[in-house]
Design a protein around this ligand. Structure first.
Ligand code: AMP
Ligand code: ZN
Ligand code: FE
Ligand code: FE
Length: 292
């Protein structure tokens, strides 16, 4: 079974449409794909339609891919960015929906401020040029500034734009509104979803963003799992994440964090065991997994 529980579409900063993502997952032989755009569930309907209309596929020949509807919630603790995956949430749950809307609005203002800072330093970008890169209805993010810089010929790709100007520790970086992760875990649970901490040991400036104390705090708040296998984690880090998941009695997932052409990582670069997805499906009551 090939199960990839973290992927982006044009609902945020991925480059495949939601239907295109489902098609790519099928072409890659996936049995299950989770659509987890940043701070939005807007792509779910299109992805669900693409799954339902498709002929069966998938490596196991059981039909696929199934769609696991999800969202990647931007959170912040002490100025540091933390991402929480929420699977099978009810997208209409008022508090969660309001929090996601607030984050999306704040992201737009924040991009405008970042563009002002970049332009003031002579970097060739305007807010209009950035908006031209944001698909209709998508959650805006730094990758869209990167795309405008690529279009202007200032950099080759998103990676170069991040390395030069867009990193968290860059002088051009501006924060956006984001809830505390403990609150976000509560919101996901309240919306009937399954909260899984995304890439818990991602490093910024060479040091892990998150301490194990924060993971333990989130576990006490009802966190269900850790994304142990992720491209941001090297082999020793993945082993440590699995160990931590065992110790805190959390599920351990694996995923690619696919962004289409926006990143070099391929679908199913890391995968999740079928038993873990079955457990997520059992616990998630806000939405259902979509089958072909
Ligand atoms: P934002 O959501 O605006 O804070 O931007 C963060 C997003 O940028 C994340 O989804 C990352 O996947 C993406 N990102 C971070 N670093 C890079 C990079 N070097 N190249 C491409 N995308 C990146
Ligand atoms: Zn992203
Ligand atoms: Fe993330
Ligand atoms: Fe992601």
């Amino acid at each position: 079974m090939l199960i990839d529980l973290h992927a982006h579409s044009t609902g945020s900063d991925g480059t495949d449409s939601p239907a295109g993502l489902v098609a790519a997952a099928r072409a890659a032989g996936l049995d299950a794909i989770a659509l987890t755009d940043h701070d939005t569930t807007a792509g779910w309907a299109e992805a669900a339609t693409a799954v339902r209309e498709a002929a069966p596929g998938g490596q196991s020949g059981q039909g696929g891919p199934v769609l696991v509807p999800g969202v990647e919630i931007s959170c912040e603790r002490e100025g540091r960015s933390i991402h929480l995956l929420g699977y099978l949430v009810d997208p209409a749950e008022p508090e969660l929906a309001a929090e996601l809307a607030r984050a999306r609005e704040s992201r737009a203002t924040r991009l405008e401020r970042m563009v002002e800072r970049l332009a003031a330093d002579g970097i060739p970008v305007t807010y209009a040029a950035v908006l031209a890169q944001v698909p209709a209805g998508a959650t805006p993010g730094r990758p869209h500034i990167a795309d405008a810089l690529v279009a202007a010929g200032a950099v080759r790709d998103r990676d170069e734009a991040f390395a030069r100007w867009l990193r968290d520790d860059s002088p051009y970086y501006v924060h956006h509104y984001a809830p505390d992760p403990t609150r976000a875990v509560g919101l996901v649970l309240q919306a009937g979803g399954v909260p899984v901490l995304a890439h818990p040991f991602t490093r910024a400036r060479g040091v892990p963003v998150l301490g194990e104390d924060v993971v333990a705090e989130l576990a006490a708040a009802g966190l269900a799992g850790l994304e142990a296998d992720h491209p941001d984690h090297d082999e020793p880090t993945r082993a440590r994440a699995h160990e931590l998941a065992r110790r805190l009695e959390l599920l351990a997932t694996g995923s690619s964090d696919y962004h289409g052409r926006g990143k070099t990582v391929r679908l199913a670069a890391h995968t999740t065991p079928a038993e873990v997805l079955a457990e997520i499906e059992l616990r998630g009551t806000g939405s259902a997994v979509v089958r072909p």
